[in-house]
Design a protein around this ligand. Sequence first.
Ligand code: 5RP
Length: 223
Amino acid sequence: MEAKAAAAEKAVEYIENGMTVGLGSGSTSYYAIRKIGERVSQGLRIRAVASSTQTASLARECRIRLTDLTAIDRIDITIDGADEVDKQLNLIKGGGGALLREKILAYNSRQTIIIVDDSKLVDILGKFPLPVEVAPFAVDLTLAQLKRFKIDLNIREVQKEKFITDNGNLIVDCHFSAIRDPEELNMKLLLIPGIIETGLFPHTPFTRVIVGYADGATQILGA
Ligand code: 5RP
């Protein structure tokens, strides 16, 4: 079994009847959503909220009952991927550009399970460029503020077109190389007007990480 699928399938074991489930985005979450769909077809009764339009259409395809974020007051469990996980279980997310909704889901969940293959484990965050969601109408001013961190930056493009998030914003990928204090950097970035959210997810006690390995084994970190 693929490492990502192993982590995803282990995480889905935590879902129980009656739960409201947050669905992440990306290729590892894909396996989790498919597995949830399988369990739904076998009688599991849940409702779900999606972190992206792509995830919402996959969930519909898998016949998972979706509800709107405005229609719920709690999420029992969110299962989502990550781009980097450090030893303290701080994360970089947003490789797929869904970081704002992903962070809202994680923040409002009683528990969040992050699913990764072992290539995502790092000593220190930052080799993966940190995605930052930015309001498009003032992007140049926001970029000027980001340049004060003396880092390389680029506005994300897909096929030579600016990438637009599900929320109508831009993603600026920030090449920090080494992020020594994720919590502090997250707070500093959020103080810049025009930055809507960052892909830095400082560890919380409600988050655990399931790591999948190529031989199908899994390891649970945290909580
Ligand atoms: C999307 C995300 C993804 O969870 C992250 O990019 C990991 O993706 P993958 O599972 O494809 O490696 O944060 O915004």
